[in-house]
Design a protein. Sequence first.
Length: 74
Amino acid sequence: MVGSSLTDEEKSVANTRLKVGFVLLVAGSMVLMSLYINPTPGELAVVFALGVVIGVVLLWFVLRNLQEFRETLR
């Protein structure tokens, strides 16, 4: 059988990068959507911070449901 070519440390780094990327994608998309209403730089900063918070909540929700889904497959 062929095993994974990544070490546990490399998997951990890759998972962390994916999580950070997901949160930044959510926050960045919120900033881009807010550009439509011509916000001030302060408002953009608030939208980005709010996007990070929402991204973390969404990440938690996705990972929790993914864990439950994996358990049902076993």
